[in-house]
Write a protein that binds this ligand. Sequence first.
Ligand SMILES: Nc1ncnc2c1ncn2[C@@H]1O[C@H](COP(=O)(O)OP(=O)(O)OP(=O)(O)O)[C@@H](O)[C@H]1O
Ligand SMILES: [Mg+2]
Length: 258
Amino acid sequence: MELLVSDVSKRFEGVAAVSGVSLACNAGEIVGLIGPNGAGKTTLLNMISSLLTVDTGSITLDGRPVHNIGPRRTAIAGIARTFQNIRLFSNLTVRQNIEVAFTTARQHRASALGALTIERLMDQLGITNFSGRKASELAYGTQRRVEIARALALAPNFLLLDEPTAGMVEGESQELVGAIMSIREWMGCGVIVIDHDLSFITSVCERVYVLDMGQLVAAGPPTVLRDDPKVAEIYLGRKARQRSETTAGQTPRQTQSR
Ligand SMILES: Nc1ncnc2c1ncn2[C@@H]1O[C@H](COP(=O)(O)OP(=O)(O)OP(=O)(O)O)[C@@H](O)[C@H]1O
Ligand SMILES: [Mg+2]
């Protein structure tokens, strides 16, 4: 199965949030999406999950268009996601949160369920001990793992993760690498993951796409992060420019011209 994003764009009034971006993810592949703040990563994921409509371009699952069909139909088509700002049902327990998605899967994705059980999901994500606890009582990193388990309870063909390591403490993100790898082995789903932790991205992804100011600037194996001069410019050049602008802002000439 293939998830194909073709020449997709999205504007918010004056802002070109995503401009003509194309990417592909195959079943069983783990693909990274990186770039500085405001690069358009979440907007792209929001279009893939149909939380946002695309202005132009198309998104297909094995050739079948899945853009602009709404989040529920996208989930039923086999695309599940987590959110940059966690969106669990805070008053439900961990198990109940997962059950909500599992019920939808039983109704609409029965053929994809296979040997999937809530117990196995909780075990894979290391959250069995929290099963009866309310989501709101859990540490941030644990909530992120619950959200991943809930997304996987839809038995998706593709899993979209928006900054899964945000709020995780040292060590937790390395454990997440192992969990994502074994989930891929077990369920065979493709994964698109956004994260700012480049060592996490390098450990978990086979391929990486780099966005900057809404545009795709590089793509390839994780070594592009090290070897592609455009990527270095984005991550290092910008910092250098910011430093020199700060210095320039302190010169007498700048002060006079204001
Ligand atoms: N709903 C919205 N209305 C207006 N502008 C938006 C909206 N959502 C995103 N934007 C703008 O679109 C651009 C891309 O934002 P987006 O959230 O996709 O970036 P991002 O790469 O996910 O950044 P971050 O790493 O900070 O999460 C930004 O300039 C942002 O301000
Ligand atoms: Mg984002």
